[in-house]
Design a protein around this ligand. Structure first.
Ligand SMILES: [Zn+2]
Length: 146
């Protein structure tokens, strides 16, 4: 701003009214405009800085959330009974949503596979052939009840 001061002094020293008045007013106007521009620019800088800060905060928060989520995934026990109903007489599970019969050996950890059962001919307790529910994955047979 001392450039303006200098210019103002030069005008005072080297000119006389009415030119001096015109020049000084024009100078004053220019100075006001530049000051206003600078103020806006400073405000914009501050806004940008604040936004950058907020983005950093957001990223930090996001990192925490992701960390918590993966912790949840590890910490949450596998609860098969939320989605499946156990059929005691036959020994398999039925998926509540679909009614699908699934293999109990395959559903529980460590396998945790939803393996549907299909009807097949197996051997009954008396050694006679009978229809059973068979797992397509591990081949386990279940009593054909329910
Ligand atoms: Zn199985």
């Amino acid at each position: 701003m001392d450039q303006f001061q200098r210019l103002d002094e030069l005008i005072l020293e080297n000119t006389s009214p009415p030119v001096q008045v015109i020049l000084r007013n024009q100078l004053h106007l220019t100075r006001e405009q530049i000051e206003a521009y600078q103020e806006a620019s400073n405000k914009q800088d501050a806004t940008l800085a604040r936004q950058a800060e907020r983005i950093e905060e957001f990223l930090e928060e996001n990192k925490k959330l992701v960390g918590r989520q993966s912790q949840d995934a590890v910490g949450t026990p596998f609860r098969v009974s939320d989605d499946y109903e156990f059929i005691t007489e036959s020994g398999f599970w039925i998926e509540r949503k679909s009614g699908l019969r699934v293999c109990a050996s395959c559903l529980l950890p460590p396998a945790k596979i939803t393996s549907p059962l299909f009807e097949a001919v197996g051997l009954g307790l008396d050694g006679e052939p009978e229809v059973v529910w068979r797992c397509g994955h591990c081949g386990t047979d279940y009593f054909h009840k329910a």
